[in-house]
Structures are given as C-alpha cells and as structure tokens.
Design a binder for this molecule. Sequence first.
Ligand code: IDP
Ligand code: MG
Length: 138
Amino acid sequence: MGVESTLLIIKPDGVSRGLVGEILTRVERKGYKIDRIEGVTIDRALAEKHYGEHKGKDFYDDLIEYITSGMSVVAIIRGENAIENLRFLMGATNPLDATPGSIRGAYATSVTHNMVHGSDSADSAAREIELFFPESGR
Ligand code: IDP
Ligand code: MG
C-alpha cells in the first residue's frame, strides 16, 4: 500500500509484436511513472533466478526458453499501490481467464505466451528490482 515500486517485464512476444508502446501507454495512463527502463535479452542464469519459484514445474523449461528467446523490456514502475494495480492491469495469468480490457485479455493468446510480468508482492518486487537493476539503490 502507499507509493510502491514494482518490476514490469514486457516479455519477448510483446516486444517482437510491437506492443511496447501500447503496454507502456496503459501503464502511464493509469497514473504510473517509469523510473527505469531498458531493453535486455534475459540470459538463462538471470531467467532461472527470476523464476526460481517455478523450478520443477511442468512448464518451467518452456518458460525459461520463452523468456530468453529475444529482447524483453524491463522497467521499474512507481506509484500508488503499484504492485497490485499493475497485476490488475495485466489480467489473470491465463489470458483465457483475463478480462478483455486487461493487457493479457486484449493481446495474449496462451498462458505460456502471456506478454507481461509484474511482481506479485512487496518482497518479490524488492527481490526482482535488485535482480534486474542492482544499481538502483533500494
Ligand atoms: P504470473 O506471471 O501471473 O505471476 P506465475 O504463476 O508466477 O504467473 O507464472 C509465471 C509465468 O509462467 C506465467 O506468467 C506464464 O508465462 C508461465 N506459466 C504459469 N503457469 C503456466 C501453465 O500452467 N502453463 C504454461 N505456462 C505457465
Ligand atoms: Mg508470478
């Protein structure tokens, strides 16, 4: 609650489909600020740290393959209740469950390729921001 920072990732399909501007526009129009942003091809080591909680699950290998498959855009997003609200803007993990007005509901077609990532808690946000922007000084 209050003013929070969270990590947004526009996954490789979002970048390759040319939806970076569309997604950032939604985030900015909601009222959030982009504190840091960069394009990066996530390597395997970073992907495994970021998604460590999912190691051993049946979709893990596909997930690592997907997130390392091309350039992503990673950003620190800041504002009121940013963590929960950004996930609300993104919609449910499975685009079939996401409302059509959400990012996943509007643009994504499968739970594997679901376009965006947002930190799911204050602890996750701190950990993920440190992972992708170690110099950010939190
Ligand atoms: P989240 O991205 O909404 O937080 P998580 O459960 O943390 O969802 O899963 C991380 C990512 O792993 C998802 O965004 C999606 O890309 C992938 N994923 C999650 N569940 C499945 C599944 O059941 N099948 C295939 N991929 C999945
Ligand atoms: Mg998650």
